[in-house]
Design a binder for this molecule. Sequence first.
Ligand SMILES: [Zn+2]
Length: 282
Amino acid sequence: MRRWLALAMALAMAMLIGCAAAEAPEESDGLSIEEVGGEEAEWLFPVAIEDLDPAFLPLANKHYLLEKDYVCSPLVTMKAAKYNKDGSRKSGNMLMAVSSKMKLNETCAEALTALSDGARADGYKLYLKSAYRSWQTQNTMYKNRLKKNKGKDDGWVSKAGASDHQTGLGCDVIPRSWIKASGMNSKMASEPECVWMEEHCAEYGFIIRYPKDKEEITEIHYEPWHLRYVGIPAAKYIMENGLCLEEFTEQLQAAIEFYLAGGGDPAKVEKLIQVPTEEAES
Ligand SMILES: [Zn+2]
């Protein structure tokens, strides 16, 4: 039902933008800008502008490549948490970490710590498997994967600039039982820890970045372990409506276009504007 609502809204928005963009608005048989927007430019997106932090919303994929030196700073080093006997946190800013030297954006790290404590309170221990990766690291990983697959991109490792891990806001969080597994796959989704994450991640500002039924859109296999920080209001909207970040971005960009066409203040939305790499370069 909610998914329907979101779809209907996206369609309505697209139609309105179509009308607003038409050449002679006064004479067109659709709605003119004045009739739609009136004096005040309308913000039709279900999440308020002030609840959207552009720093946490960058889309990274094959079509939206990140610059080589891009990262959502500041990054902080993740430290494995130690707990007291009564279950309270003794030290560390994080859930249990699989390896040292992992970094995440500071806000994301704090949110992940809260998520980990929430999971722990419900009886689940979460482990951080992978966090920030630089453009260079991703480039090496991608090339190694291609070599292993005789030059074929199998959709498991993103190319440099296209990885959510480069944002510093994406991380792989896994159950203890998978720490020693040689690879990760969708079977992990049935682990109670992953069921818990899917259900509660939005409360802490996270989304499942690569959902099960969105593989055609994300062009990435279902990854029940990959969490992405976007902030609580955006995360709730995305998870409640069963969206992936690509769909969210598309809806948001349509809303921005509509807002601007209706005379909205560009300063309020300019940082939220995202353009595909191909368009930005042409
Ligand atoms: Zn990942």
